[in-house]
Design a protein around this ligand. Structure first.
Ligand code: SF4
Length: 211
């Protein structure tokens, strides 16, 4: 594990370079954000945005999504991977939101995770981006970065999430998830990380560092 002063320095650099990072998914309200996150599993944000541009014009509430139905929804999202399952989940999720939550997206982790197709990570992303909660959603990028930067040795997503929440300076927790995802997506890629362009290179002790 890294010394706290090194961790602080890393996040000072990430914050300096991108003070207010944003989700790269397009959405218009809490519901469309939730749908976009569900659709983005194992798909690119760019591909999801392309499909949701037309979808959200006709279905931006749980009731409208329900009215569209599984087959109607599939027509909009058929360019996205796993669209058959995702369509079923989004409709089941919309139905539960209408029946049990008055058509509103709930704020609690527990209530979110009770929705079909919404797992721990999806709920964390939603709570962070929409409700401004300092959560840590460990996806493949965050998992890799946590190890390369020495922020966790955890073998599971749960262990890495716990380490990050403990290690990261509180004042950076709100945006830490975005910074790690963006850094992993564009610089510290799984194959051939772009170490020569990396603002964290001086602090990085990863075996994968190539400079
Ligand atoms: S120096 Fe290379 S391996 Fe280390 S964080 Fe930067 S891109 Fe990743």
């Amino acid at each position: 594990m890294r010394e706290q002063k090194d961790v602080l320095k890393m996040f000072e650099i990430l914050a300096r370079d991108n003070p207010e990072p944003k989700s790269e998914l397009n959405y218009t309200n809490a519901f469309t954000l939730l749908v976009a996150i569900v659709l983005s599993a194992q798909s690119t944000d760019k591909g999801v945005n392309k499909a949701t541009e037309a979808l959200f014009k006709v279905a931006d509430t749980p009731q409208k999504m329900l009215d569209l139905g599984v087959e109607g929804l599939k027509e909009y999202i058929k360019t996205i991977g796993l669209f058959n399952n995702k369509a079923k989940n989004v409709i089941a999720m919309s139905e539960k939101l209408v029946n049990d939550f008055g058509g509103e997206v709930p704020e609690s982790q527990e209530a979110l995770e009770s929705l079909p197709g919404v797992g721990h990570k999806t709920a964390n992303v939603l709570r962070n981006v929409w409700f401004g909660k300092p959560t840590m959603a460990v996806d493949t990028h965050v998992f890799r970065l946590a190890h390369r930067l020495g922020l966790s040795n955890g073998k599971t997503v749960e262990a890495v999430e716990k380490d990050l929440l403990k290690q990261l300076p509180e004042k950076y927790l709100m945006y830490a998830n975005h910074w790690l995802v963006l850094h992993g997506r564009y610089i510290c890629k799984a194959q051939k990380p772009k170490c020569a362009e990396c603002p964290l290179a001086q602090l990085c002790r990863s075996e994968d560092k190539n400079i």
